[in-house]
Design a protein around this ligand. Sequence first.
Ligand SMILES: *Cc1c(COP(=O)(O)O)cnc(C)c1O
Length: 375
Amino acid sequence: MIPIFDSKRQYAQIGEEAEKAVCEVMRSGCYILGPNVKALESELADYIGCKYTVALNSGTDALHIALRALDIGEGDEVITTAFTFVATAEAIGMVNAKPVFVDIDENTFNIDPAKIEAAITPKTKAIIPVHLYGQPCDMDAIMAIAKKHNLRVVEDCCQAIGSTYKGQKVGTFGDIGCYSFYPTKNLGTMGDGGLCTVNDEKLKDRLIALRNHGSMVRYHNDELGVNSRLDEIQAAILRVKAKHIDEWNTKRREHAAYYNKLFANCADVQTPAELDNTYCVYHQYTVKIPNRDAVHKMLGENGIGAMLYYPIPLHFQKVNAWLGMGKGSLPITEKNTEVVISLPMFPELTKEEQDTVAKVLIDCIEKSKSAAACC
Ligand SMILES: *Cc1c(COP(=O)(O)O)cnc(C)c1O
């Protein structure tokens, strides 16, 4: 069995150090908003290249709290993509705003900046670009539109820690960047975790208050907040793992290049595009293939852990049915959901495993074609 992701192999590398760090926290008696959270926040601000970071409970909370900090709420519209994890649009709903879905670029899977302006109305307050699979969005184009129309930008960087656009890390272009430390992310903890990046000091203070019951001074609650603090234990684990993020991302990129080579002569497998001036960290390695559903099933039967990210676009999810977006409203998004498949991708993946994945995938596509031809 070749899994899509294997947290146990990573544990073999950092487990001992992480166990030591966790024990130290347990012995210290300081479990919430202590020295590890503080240190992690400054270490990741240095790494990402922003003034401040605010550590939170999850990537979903990061998106939700970011919108709250920017005063986005009832009656407002937020432009984003429907080809993403549900949390991106969920955060918009959590502040009672309306998600407005714009179609994606066929090659990058990211929101198509050329289609954003047509979706802007007097109610539009913000854009949430998602750096999907670790591929940076076209931030020059998005920031130019935001500036022209006076819109806020919240970057969903949950799959893209370490990705750069023109040499600058994602999460530093817009007003706030949102990261997730869910275990399978490129920097994952052993539970839930998230983080906001921000350069504006006032906005940073607002995020800090919102994560802790709307309170800057203990027992003084200025506005409705939430409890979304990152635990000291998770922060200690993340500090151990963060030292390896570049090494792990480099390995992912090497695996992507090797997959590209293995599929170079296979017209049926469309490998992911990488734009000039970007550094993609390959949270997923996602290809487009024919007979996707049949091939996906066969891969499972042959021990290959391929996954579909995402099989149903967000405008077709029941939770978003009230938007009334029917078939054909986002043609490229809809087409992509039917042809994409993500292959095993994690730093510890071996060349031999990649050889097997490629061989089995190509075999399965051939078989699916003959099956389709005979009925
Ligand atoms: C993982 C993810 C989230 C949510 O992060 P959680 O930490 O799981 O809440 C949001 N957006 C995208 C694109 C993600 O991949």
